[in-house]
Design a binder for this molecule. Structure first.
Ligand code: PEP
Ligand code: MG
Length: 748
C-alpha cells in the first residue's frame, strides 16, 4: 500500500472527525462530510444515501448533485446502482454508470453527466445504514485503493451514524434506534408483556472510530489479539469440554491466529481507523458474507468469527456484560440466544424474552415455559436494533415483538393485556370448582411442571395435581451430573410443595433435542427418533437407577407416581418397571421406608404402543399420552421444524380416530388415561380430547382457567356428536364444524 494514500486516507478521516466536532445540526454535518470526501478523493460528486425505512433509501446529502434533490430522491432496496450496493452489501464500481445494467436515471439529481460511479455500503456489524457514493465526469474505474479508502470512510460514517451524530429533529433525518420496529418471529411461549429492554450481552459502543496515532492503535490491536489467543488457549486447556466445545474453540483459535485477519485490521488502522473500528469493519465484512453463504459449515465458521470479534471488542474497550447499566424494573430480556441456566438465573424477574435464534423445543424455551414468561423466538436482528431501556411489547401469542412502539400500538396492546387479566380474574373465580361439563362429566385438569419454581402455581391455578413433571430440566441447567442426594432433596421439596397432591414424575427424557452438557453427545442422523428417553435409560441404566433411588428416598413412605417417557413396546415397559421394583426391594432391604402406594405408568408417545398387547395395558398403572411426540410421529412432521410443525391439525379426524382407539383400549382394561402434550392446554383441542373420552388433561398452569371455563359451559355428548358428524360428512378436520357449534353455545 503506497504511503501517500495511507496518509491521505488518515488525513481525510481526521478532517472528518474535526468537522464533526464543530457545532451544527445533523444536516450541516452531512453536507460538510460530502464536501470533504469529494475534495479529498478528487471526485466531482459525493453523496450519502441513508435508509428511510428498511426498504427505502433517501438521498440525505450531496456535493455535486442538485441540492433540491436532497430528501426528495428515494429508491427501493435493489433499485438502481445505489439500491444494488445496499442489497448486495458490496461495492459497485463502473466507468460507465448510465450504460450499467439496472441503472436508473433520476432526473432531479442531474447525475446524467457523470460517467463513473463508485458506491460502497454504510453498514455496521451487519446493520445496513446506507450507501456512500462518489461520481466523476471522466469515464474511469476506481482503483482497489480508492475502493478501500471509501470503505474505510463508510465505516467511520457508520460508527458516527450509530452514535447519533447525524440525528437531529430536522425533517428527513433518520433517527437511529429511535423509531418503532416490529419483529415478526415465532411463538416460544404464549402470553403478553410490556416492559423495557435488558440486553443479555450489550453491544460494545465505539466512541472514537478514528485513529489519532496509528502505531499506538496497532500496538493495541496486537495486544488485544494476544490476550484473546491466551484466553482461548486457557479455555481449551480446561477439563470437561465436550467434542463440540473443543471444535468451536479450535475454530476460534484458528481465526485468532490467522495472519490475514490481523493483517486486514492493521491495514484498516493504517488507513486511519481506530483499533475498535477496524475490528468492526472486518466483523461487518464477515456478516455480509454470512448473508450470502448457504453452506451450514461455513455459516458456523463465520458465526465463530463474529463471536470472536465481539470478544476482541470487549477486550479493547473494557466493556462487557457489566456496562454499569441498571436493570429496569420490568425487564424484557433481548438476546441472540441464551442457555437454560442463564435464563433460570434471571428467573421470574423477567417480564418477557425475545431471542434472535432459539427453537420451540430448545432448553431456553422449556425454561421460559416453566417460568410462564412470554417468549418470542426468531426475532430478526433485534439485538442490533434494541438498546437497553427501550420500551418493548412482547406478544408471545402472535410471536411478535414491538420495539419502541407507537402509542396507539401500545394502547391496543395494553387493552389486550387488560382483557387477559380480566379473563384470568374470571378464571380465578372458578379455581375451587371442578371442570364438570353440562352433561355432568368431570375432567381432571392437572398441570405440567419442571422446576421447583412451578410449584406455587399448583395452588393458584386450581390444578388437581402435576400430570407431568419433566425431570430433565434439573439435569439440563447444571454443568455436571447432579448427585443422588441432591436430587432426592429436590424431589422431596417438590412433594412437600404439592401438599399431598399427586405429582407424576417423568423419568429423565434426554436425547433428541435435550442434550446434557456433560454427556458425550451422540452424532445421530435423526435424534428425535434416535437414542433417547427410556432407550438411554435401559441401555445405560446407571443414571435412571440413581434417579429412581432418589425418587424413592424423596417419597420417604409417601405415595409416589412415576412414568417412563417414550415407551414403544411392552418389553421396554416390563424392563423399566422391573428395574423400579428391584430398587424398591433393595431400598427395603437397606432398611429404608418405601413409597406407598406406588404407581408406575408409561407415556404413549409413539403410535406403536397404541397397538401393544393387552398385557401392556393390564400391567401399566396408567397411560399418559405425550401428544407433542405422538403427533409428530403420527403425521411424520417434526415438532421442531417451523416449516411443517403447524401443517397438520390436531383435530384432523385421522388423528382423533387414532386417539379414540387408545381411549377404547384403555377402557377395555380399566387403565386410567390422560393427555399431557401442549394441545391439552388449548381450549378447543382440550374440548375435543374430552369429547372423545380423555378424562385427564395436563397442561401449563395458565391454561387451566381457560380450559375449565370452556368445559364447564358445554355438553360433551353434543361435542362428540359434532365430531362424529364431521367424520360422517367426510371432513378432514373436525375443527370447522366444532367451531361453528361452539359459536352457537350460550356464553354462560
Ligand atoms: C410430549 O411429547 O407430548 C410430552 C409431554 O413430552 P415432551 O414435550 O417433554 O417431549
Ligand atoms: Mg415427549
Amino acid at each position: 500500500m503506497p504511503e501517500r494514500t495511507e496518509s491521505e486516507s488518515r488525513k481525510l478521516l481526521r478532517r472528518l472527525r474535526d468537522s464533526l466536532a464543530m457545532t451544527g445540526g445533523g444536516q450541516d454535518r452531512l453536507d460538510r462530510i460530502t464536501h470533504l470526501i469529494a475534495d479529498s478523493m478528487g471526485t466531482e460528486v459525493c453523496s450519502i444515501y441513508l435508509f428511510r425505512d428498511a426498504e427505502t433509501l433517501e438521498l440525505c446529502a450531496t456535493q455535486g448533485l442538485n441540492k433540491q434533490a436532497v430528501h426528495k430522491t428515494r429508491m427501493k432496496l435493489g433499485e438502481g446502482l445505489v439500491g444494488r450496493v445496499a442489497r448486495s452489501n458490496a461495492p459497485v464500481n463502473t466507468a460507465d454508470a448510465p450504460g450499467e445494467k439496472g441503472f436508473r436515471y433520476m432526473p432531479e439529481t442531474g447525475e446524467e453527466i457523470y460517467s463513473s460511479f463508485l458506491g460502497v455500503p454504510i453498514q455496521r456489524v451487519g446493520e445496513k445504514l446506507g450507501v456512500l457514493v462518489v461520481q466523476s465526469r471522466e469515464a474511469r474505474s476506481y482503483s482497489d485503493d480508492e475502493i478501500y479508502a471509501l470503505e474505510v470512510v463508510a465505516m467511520v460514517l457508520a460508527e458516527m451514524t450509530e452514535l447519533g451524530v447525524f440525528t437531529s429533529d430536522e425533517e428527513g433525518m433518520r433517527a437511529l434506534h429511535r423509531q418503532p420496529v416490529m419483529f415478526r418471529g415465532s411463538t416460544g411461549q404464549e402470553g403478553a408483556a410490556e416492559g423495557h429492554v435488558w440486553l443479555h450481552e450489550p453491544r460494545v459502543v465505539v466512541t472514537n472510530p478514528v485513529a489519532d496515532d496509528p502505531l499506538l492503535e496497532i500496538e493495541r490491536i496486537r495486544g488485544a489479539v494476544g490476550q484473546l489467543r491466551v484466553s482461548i488457549d486457557d479455555l481449551l486447556a480446561a477439563q470437561s469440554l465436550d467434542k463440540d466445545q473443543v471444535q468451536v474453540l479450535e475454530a476460534y483459535r484458528m481465526f485468532a491466529n490467522s495472519r490475514g485477519w490481523l493483517r486486514r485490521m492493521e491495514e484498516d488502522i493504517m488507513r486511519g481507523l481506530s483499533a475498535e473500528a477496524a475490528v468492526e469493519k472486518e466483523q461487518s465484512a464477515a456478516r455480509a458474507r454470512l448473508e450470502q453463504v448457504e453452506d451450514a459449515y461455513l455459516r458456523e465458521r463465520l458465526n465463530d468469527l463474529d463471536d470472536l470479534s465481539n470478544r476482541l471488542l470487549r477486550i479493547l474497550t473494557g466493556q462487557g456484560k457489566d456496562t454499569g447499566a441498571e436493570m429496569p424494573p420490568d425487564p424484557v430480556l433481548v438476546a441472540r440466544n441464551i442457555g437454560p441456566a442463564e435464563l433460570l438465573d434471571y428467573g421470574r424477574r423477567l417480564k418477557g424474552v425475545v431471542l434472535e435464534e432459539g427453537s420451540v423445543g430448545s432448553h431456553a424455551a422449556i425454561v421460559a415455559r416453566a417460568l410462564a414468561i412470554p417468549l418470542v423466538i426468531h426475532a430478526g436482528r433485534i439485538t442490533s436494533e434494541a438498546l437497553n431501556g427501550d420500551h418493548i411489547l412482547v406478544d408471545g401469542d402472535q410471536g411478535i415483538a414491538h420495539l419502541r412502539p407507537e402509542e396507539t400500538v401500545a394502547r391496543a396492546f395494553r387493552d389486550k393485556i387488560a382483557m387477559q387479566a380480566e379473563a384470568q380474574k374470571r378464571y380465578a373465580s372458578l379455581r375451587g370448582l371442578p371442570a364438570t361439563t353440562k352433561c355432568g362429566t368431570t375432567v381432571a385438569l392437572q398441570m405440567n411442571a419442571g422446576l421447583m419454581a412451578d410449584l406455587p402455581s399448583l395452588e393458584g391455578s386450581g390444578a388437581e395435581g402435576v400430570g407431568l413433571f419433566r425431570t430433565e430440566l434439573q439435569f439440563l441447567v447444571r454443568n455436571k451430573m447432579p448427585r443422588r442426594a441432591e436430587l432426592a432433596a429436590l424431589y422431596a421439596r417438590v412433594m412437600d410443595a404439592a401438599k399431598g397432591k399427586r405429582v407424576a414424575f417423568r423419568t429423565l427424557d434426554i436425547g433428541s433435542d435435550k442434550v446434557l452438557p456433560y454427556m458425550k453427545p451422540q452424532e445421530e442422523p435423526n435424534p428425535a427418533m434416535g437414542w433417547r428417553a427410556i432407550r438411554v435409560g435401559l441401555d445405560k441404566p446407571g443414571v435412571l437407577r440413581m434417579q429412581v433411588q432418589a425418587l424413592i428416598r424423596a417419597a420417604n413412605g409417601r405415595p409416589l407416581t412415576l412414568m417412563f417417557p417414550f415407551i414403544t413396546e411392552l418389553s421396554e415397559f416390563q424392563e423399566a418397571r422391573s428395574m423400579v421394583l428391584r430398587e424398591i426391594h433393595r431400598e427395603r432391604s437397606l432398611g429404608h421406608v418405601v413409597p406407598e402406594p406406588l404407581e408406575i405408568g408409561a407415556m404413549l408417545e409413539t403410535p406403536s404402543l397404541a397397538f401393544a398387547p393387552r398385557a401392556f395395558f393390564e400391567l401399566t398403572d396408567f397411560v399418559s399420552i405425550g401428544g407433542n411426540d405422538l403427533k409428530q410421529f403420527f403425521f411424520a412432521a417434526d415438532r421442531e421444524n417451523e416449516r411443517v410443525r403447524r401443517r397438520y391439525d390436531t383435530l384432523n379426524l385421522s388423528f382423533l380416530t387414532f386417539l379414540q382407539g387408545i381411549v377404547a383400549r384403555c377402557a377395555e382394561t380399566g387403565t386410567p388415561l390422560s393427555f399431557c402434550g401442549e394441545d391439552a392446554g388449548r381450549p378447543v383441542e382440550a374440548l375435543a380430547l374430552a369429547a372423545i373420552g380423555m378424562r385427564g388433561l395436563s397442561m401449563r398452569p395458565a391454561s387451566i382457567g381457560p380450559v375449565k371455563a370452556l368445559l364447564r359451559r358445554v355438553n360433551l355428548e353434543e361435542a362428540r356428536g359434532v365430531i362424529e358428524a364431521a367424520r360422517a360428512a367426510g371432513q378432514e378436520s373436525a375443527r370447522p364444524m366444532l367451531m361453528e357449534w361452539l359459536a352457537q353455545q350460550p356464553t354462560d
